[in-house]
Design a protein around this ligand. Structure first.
Ligand code: RB5
Length: 174
């Protein structure tokens, strides 16, 4: 869809919106090791037409488990159907987010993994490392992840098995 955009000087221009229609407001968080990556991605997402909720605090001087659990709980609670978490490697964010029942977080630094994280694993959370990936590749990976949907089919029963394991260890009704 072509939409009107306001440029920095207030004048209007026409741009093609790249936003995926059914994606609600995207949550994003980072620790101090990925403040720059988070800013880059927020700019990229907004420019593409997405609404973004930044879970950042001052220069992101937070421990990764604290922001990961806040964002993952917002995903589990239905506030966001997609969220992005950035730390030095993407690992701490992923490990923490996956402890919240119902959340499937995947660390991806390449396009194929990002696509499979959606198509095969139905991952609602993408994690990345600001010390691992450069800004241009990061934007491409995020774009591929947002544009990919869960394939269902043979993957559905496997995701259902993950959910069953989740329920086994977390007696939370859903
Ligand atoms: C810094 O705390 C660093 O360990 C963190 O950003 C992340 O890489 C952890 O997985």
């Amino acid at each position: 869809m072509v939409k009107k955009w306001l440029q920095g000087d207030g004048s209007e221009c026409l741009r093609r919106e790249r936003r995926v229609e059914n994606v609600k407001k995207i949550g994003i968080g980072a620790d101090g090791a990925a403040t720059q990556l988070k800013s880059t991605l927020i700019e990229y997402l907004k420019e593409a037409g997405y609404e973004v909720e930044d879970y950042g605090s001052e220069a992101d001087g937070v421990d990764y488990p604290d922001v990961a659990v806040e964002v993952a709980e917002a995903v589990a609670g239905g506030e966001h159907d997609r969220a992005i978490l950035c730390c030095g490697t993407g690992l701490g964010m992923s490990i923490t987010a996956n402890k919240v029942p119902g959340v499937r977080a995947a660390q991806c630094h390449d396009v194929y993994s990002a696509q499979r994280a959606r198509k095969s694993n139905n991952a609602q959370v993408l994690t990345m490392g600001g010390r691992v990936i450069g800004p241009e590749l990061a934007k491409t990976v995020v774009g591929a992840w947002l544009e990919s949907e869960f394939a269902g089919g043979g993957s559905a029963s496997k995701v259902a098995k993950m959910e069953e394991i989740d329920r086994r260890y977390n007696a939370v009704p859903r």
